[in-house]
Design a protein around this ligand. Structure first.
Ligand SMILES: Nc1ncnc2c1ncn2[C@@H]1O[C@H](COP(=O)(O)OP(=O)(O)OP(=O)(O)O)[C@@H](O)[C@H]1O
Ligand SMILES: [Mg+2]
Length: 281
């Protein structure tokens, strides 16, 4: 391993971002976004379709940049997002694995990219596959995996890269409820081992509240921040990273059924309704 990844702050400062359409008209997408995400924390982003959530993530990943007509600044641990020293991993709305590599080869590549030496890779691959319950599928290609299995593999690969910044764009959108709940738990478990600064875009209010220590609600395009909700209360796994797996599972289950989740999702639903045009689910 070349170095321990250190989680870093992700900062958006007065970001205005727009695109130019086919008739050369400027389409504003992000409007004065000021957002500081603390190192190692997990923040959820909610907002109507087309509001600019993926654009926000793409800016953080360095896949999109601010041009002369835009304004503001995006930085990752004080560096520009596209800087080669920034170790980020992005799980897209669609699946993010290499279809020509088997599950174990996908993981081995991710580990190689993280600087894990060859002699240690084999065992690390097995550990990561076991974490997401895919050991028996090690030799399968992604197109032979179910949607949920493929997404678990994408998660495992993202984590294996040991990112300092983990960007998740609706990674669980296409999954059935139980698989989705299982993956949510998996993400919380994985975050005990490694705490990358994480941004999760989702359309699901309960998922945003469960996984995010903060929930940022965006307005319709051009997106402004409508609400910045503190969602850290009632989550003992945040203050006790050593918590055992069974305890974590029961605490998460209690949180899912408890009043904190309900009152926070209601607050988000109210804000979306007040915005008048929200499409929160
Ligand atoms: N490269 C681009 N060129 C032109 N317009 C773009 C580009 N990327 C995004 N847009 C526009 O910016 C707006 C925001 O897109 P974005 O993908 O960020 O929305 P989103 O909030 O992620 O939506 P969804 O919830 O449906 O995924 C949309 O109107 C989209 O058409
Ligand atoms: Mg999107």
């Amino acid at each position: 391993m070349d170095r321990e990844p250190a989680p870093c702050a992700l900062v958006f400062e007065g970001v205005d971002k727009g695109f130019t359409d086919r008739r050369s008209a400027r389409v504003p997408v992000l409007d004065t976004i000021d957002l500081e995400i603390a190192p190692g924390s997990c923040v959820s982003i909610l907002g109507p379709s087309g509001s600019g959530k993926s654009t926000l993530l793409r800016l953080a990943a360095g896949l999109e940049s601010l041009d002369a007509q835009d304004a503001g600044l995006v930085s990752v641990g004080g560096r520009p997002p596209g800087d080669p020293s920034v170790r980020s991993a992005l799980v897209f709305q669609a699946y993010s694995t290499f279809p020509w590599l088997t599950a174990e080869q996908n993981l081995a590549l991710a580990l190689k990219q993280a600087g894990v030496v060859k002699a240690e890779r084999r065992e690390a691959v097995r550990g990561h596959l076991a974490n997401v319950r895919l050991l028996e599928h090690a030799r399968q290609f992604p197109d032979r995996l179910s949607g949920g299995q493929r997404q678990r593999l994408a998660f495992a690969c993202a984590i294996a890269r040991q990112p300092e910044l983990l960007l998740l764009d609706e990674p669980m959108g296409a999954l059935d409820t139980l698989t989705r709940e299982h993956l949510q738990l998996e993400l919380l478990k994985l975050r005990r081992l490694l705490r990358p600064t994480t941004v999760l875009v989702t359309h699901d209010l309960a998922e945003a509240v469960l996984l995010g220590e903060r929930v940022i609600l965006l307005s319709n395009r051009p997106a402004r921040i409508l609400l910045d909700l503190d969602a850290a209360a009632g989550k003992p796994w945040l203050t006790n990273p050593e918590m055992g797996t069974e305890t974590l599972e029961s605490k998460v289950e209690a949180y899912r059924r408890g009043s904190t989740l309900l009152s926070l999702t209601n607050a988000l639903r109210d804000a979306l309704t007040q915005d008048g045009r929200g499409n929160g689910r």
